[in-house]
Design a protein around this ligand. Structure first.
Ligand SMILES: Nc1ncnc2c1ncn2[C@@H]1O[C@H](COP(=O)(O)OP(=O)(O)OP(=O)(O)O)[C@@H](O)[C@H]1O
Ligand SMILES: [Mg+2]
Length: 416
């Protein structure tokens, strides 16, 4: 009964409490606002490239790139949405297909989505890619309409997979179409992606390029202000909280998604505390929470050996907080592997894993020189020891190793 009363209290507090959000969905990532501040130029540019399709002319393929959260998806959807309306209005035979290649997962599923957009259902599996492509071409040839395809997160199509044959086929598809054509709009936030591509595919895909730069703090402020007006109850968000959200997100890498997350989480924290105004303090707490959630997700999903390396680094950090060298970390890693009965990887492989963890910001590895004795890396934790303990305490592999004291460290310790 006590619990039930307490819970009742929670519900009542929520109901009687101040209202923070008018419509929190406006802060969601997939919400498409009617207005995209500071992207007018990009919208015009993309619109201009695609406009000839309204009179049936083949348009150039476009490659859009820029860092995460810079509005690439929002702008592409915005422009294509308007184009689709306009095409209906003037009776232009244009079809539009948006595919997120990362969600689709495989070349086959991307292709299945393309087929569906021209009114053809293909089975989930079973057909050879060549066969599906043939059917797709036939449907296009007999359908008499132009197709604009957005391949969002197009890098997922190349990096993870078999090969880039689908992209290759798509960039050449017009050669075997008669009176109709396909226009491609590729989007990527991976600036190195181009290096992975077959040069022929790249030159075909990037007949036009549109680059999205990270937002500056003032730009993020305008973007947030627009969304906040719809998302928050009048007066429930302080201007300083808005400014701080914009500044923090700009400081990271000008990511509008992060800025929106800060506002949403800050609002939720205020709501939970029963505070009637979202303040800077809520934004700071939101920042910590988002960062903790991010670290937590990354740490939990690390592959087995990376987890062991990280725990090794945590143990060494307790032993010598100023950082440790690669050789020591490898020695501890090997011992930890023995404790849980798995075969250690070679030092070379572990160096690779250390580099990956460094890129993710989980470890900091810095090359140091020991004069004529050569070079090694000094490694420190990139996340707090507290986070590691908390996140790994329930992990079936890492948990039991957290408190382990390696014998190799006792051996090194100089006699008192
Ligand atoms: N100029 C803008 N005005 C309003 N909202 C924006 C603007 N730019 C981005 N956003 C919002 O920020 C979030 C992230 O934008 P978007 O999804 O377009 O980023 P992206 O460049 O596609 O990032 P990624 O590379 O990670 O896919 C979305 O919720 C989007 O609505
Ligand atoms: Mg996107």
């Amino acid at each position: 009964l006590g619990e039930s009363n307490a819970l009742d209290g929670v519900f009542d507090k929520f109901l009687s409490g101040v209202k923070i959000f008018l419509n929190r969905n406006v802060l969601r990532h997939d919400y498409i606002p009617d207005n995209l501040p500071h992207r007018g130029e990009h919208i015009h540019r993309l619109g201009g490239i695609l406009a000839p399709s309204l009179s049936g002319s083949k348009v150039s393929n476009v490659f859009i790139y820029g860092k995460t959260g810079t509005g690439k998806t929002a702008v592409a959807k915005f422009v294509l949405d308007r184009l689709e309306h306009k095409a209906k209005e003037v009776g232009a035979p244009i079809k539009i297909c948006y595919v997120n290649c990362r969600f689709a997962g495989t070349n086959y599923r991307v292709l299945a989505d393309l087929c569906r957009s021209v009114g053809m259902d293909i089975p989930f599996t079973g057909l050879a890619t060549g066969e599906v492509l043939d059917r797709f071409r036939n449907a296009l040839n007999s359908g008499h309409s132009m197709l604009l395809v957005v391949l969002d997160e197009i890098d997922a199509l190349v990096k993870r997979q078999e090969d880039d044959s689908l992209l290759y086929e798509l960039t050449r598809i017009n050669e075997r179409l008669h009176g109709v054509w396909v226009g491609l709009i590729g989007i990527s936030n991976d600036l190195h992606f181009k290096e992975f591509l077959d040069p022929r595919v790249l030159s075909c895909l990037s007949e036009e390029e549109v680059v999205f730069k990270p937002y500056l703090a003032d730009e993020l402020y305008d973007i947030l202000l627009d969304r906040a007006k719809k998302a928050f109850v009048d007066g429930a968000l302080s201007d300083s909280a808005l400014r701080l959200s914009a500044a923090l997100a700009a400081g990271e890498h000008g990511d509008a998604r992060r800025a929106l997350d800060l506002l949403r989480v800050a609002g939720e924290l205020a709501e939970r505390e029963g505070d009637n105004v979202v303040t800077e303090e809520h934004v700071r707490l939101a920042q910590q929470k988002i960062e903790h959630d991010r670290v937590s997700e990354v740490l939990r999903s690390l592959p087995l050996h990376s987890k062991i390396v990280l725990v090794g680094s945590y143990i060494l950090n307790n032993h010598s907080p100023q950082g440790s060298v690669t050789g020591d970390l490898y020695e501890v890693y090997q011992e930890l592997c023995r404790v849980i009965n798995i075969e250690p990887l070679t030092q070379r492989r572990i160096s690779g894993l250390i580099n990956e963890l460094d890129v993710m910001g989980i470890l900091n590895a810095r090359v140091v020189s020991f004069g004529r004795y050569g070079r090694t890396k000094k490694i420190r934790l990139g996340v707090s020891a507290k986070d590691i303990i908390q996140i790994y305490s329930e992990d079936s592999v890492a948990g039991p190793l957290i408190g382990y004291v390696p014998k190799c460290l006792q051996k090194h310790r100089s006699p008192a």
